[in-house]
Design a protein around this ligand. Structure first.
Ligand SMILES: [Zn+2]
Ligand SMILES: [Zn+2]
Length: 183
């Protein structure tokens, strides 16, 4: 079982190292970062957003059919994401193909008219990146407002979360990480 981040060139550069280290620290597993090789389709001109579901469907085609890699993949993109029925999403995961995506668009202070702070962006990306990867490991949402698996609807709810899992989710994660490698 390995963890791979596809860093899209639309996302802020220079954060790769700290974000990968942060996620790796929470998962207690190595996390590798590479440049995103996937073309992100699913742009909706009227919304000026990308359909996250569509992007993960493309991942399914590319990575399970052509390569069949068993990695857990997280795409980090600067594009603003939505799924049908929702105004936006911070990220999305598709556990059956172990693929997920997170957007930096709404993780930056600048989006909310606040002063940019690279450490805020890194912290949020670590939280939401770990959240999506944990979904690919089978974890669901959690009611504990400080747990990484809590599903935030706003930036404040996201910032309220700690960079860790609650004891129950930690136990689920540990079990999931112990599962034998499938391929
Ligand atoms: Zn979630
Ligand atoms: Zn939890």
């Amino acid at each position: 079982m390995s963890f791979l981040i596809f860093w899209d060139n639309s996302s802020p550069q220079g954060l790769q190292g700290p974000v990968a280290r942060g996620i790796s620290g929470i998962l207690e597993r190595p996390v590798e970062v590479v440049e995103n090789p996937v073309i992100l389709r699913g742009f909706d001109r009227t919304r000026n957003q990308y359909n996250a579901s569509r992007i993960l469907t493309d991942m399914q085609d590319i990575y399970t059919r052509q390569h069949g890699i068993g990695d857990h993949i997280l795409i980090v993109t600067g594009k603003d994401l939505y799924i049908p029925g929702r105004d936006f999403v911070f990220g999305l995961a598709r556990p059956n193909i172990r693929a997920s995506i997170v957007s930096t668009a709404r993780l930056r202070n600048g989006y909310y008219g606040r002063r940019e702070d690279v450490y805020d962006a890194i912290d949020r990306l670590i939280k939401e990146g770990t959240h999506e990867i944990a979904h690919t490991l089978g974890l669901d949402h959690c009611d504990d407002i400080e747990c990484i698996m809590f599903c935030p609807n706003t930036l404040d709810e996201l910032d309220r979360k700690r960079k860790n899992l609650c004891p129950q989710c930690r136990e689920k994660l540990t079990l999931a990480l112990e599962e034998p490698i499938q391929d």
